[in-house]
Design a protein around this ligand. Structure first.
Ligand code: FAD
Length: 175
């Protein structure tokens, strides 16, 4: 049977993640990533890389929650693996603060992140302009490290196309 030849357009976090996923789903395929920019010149390289979901009004909450949980679980496994430092994926704790009380004090993703709770009055005093806050631990991708880690499997690098060979694509992933 002929080897499946697949092209993915874009070398940001979506394109590279898609290529790695396909390489696992289609054994023996060859994947070409076609892009005008690669790391460190993509938008993905400048993202803070914090994992917190947004609400898209046309997408049901249960779907958003499933996407978020799948992503959280995937990155959490990487953060707990020996690859964490190379991949630039780690846990980060912090606060999300509000100048007015949000419609949902406990968001749909509260039980996906770790240790979600409302901020205490004492903590909120550090932010005099804010009336409400949430404390939790989520995941952070150091995106330039993460993109380089996703790219590690390519056997050839050439602008504007970059080739991932399935025999090595996704190598080092914790799944
Ligand atoms: C300052 C900042 C902070 C952010 N912080 C966060 C955050 O904390 N958490 C979070 O989840 N998101 C954050 N984001 C959003 C996040 O960066 C984007 O959602 C994400 O990078 C999109 O990834 P992408 O792969 O779709 O796009 P990109 O990274 O833009 O990649 C697109 C790829 O497609 C290529 N391409 C585009 N058009 C063509 C074409 N016509 N021909 C060939 N190649 C093409 C580009 O060269 C590039 O390689 C932030 C964004 C910014 C700007």
């Amino acid at each position: 049977m002929d080897t499946a030849r697949i092209a993915v357009v874009g070398a940001g976090v979506i394109g590279l993640s898609t290529a790695v996923c396909i390489s696992k789903l289609v054994p023996g395929c060859s994947i070409t990533i076609i892009s005008d920019k690669f790391t460190p010149d993509t938008t993905s390289d400048v993202a803070a890389g914090m994992l917190i979901p947004h609400i898209y009004p046309d997408t049901p909450i249960h779907t958003l929650k499933r996407w978020f949980k799948d992503t959280f679980d995937h990155l959490y496994a990487i953060a707990c693996s020996a690859e964490a430092a190379d991949a630039g994926v780690h846990l980060v704790s912090g606060w999300q603060i509000f100048q007015s009380i949000p419609a949902e004090e406990v968001p749909f993703w509260a039980d996906v992140v770790l240790g979600f709770r409302k901020m205490t009055e004492a903590e909120l005093k550090k932010f005099p302009q804010h009336v409400f806050g949430q404390a939790f631990t989520t995941l952070k991708c150091e995106t330039s490290a993460y993109l380089s880690w996703l790219e590690k499997s390519p056997v050839k690098t050439q602008a504007p196309a970059q080739v991932l060979n399935n025999s090595t694509a996704g190598k080092g992933k914790s799944e």
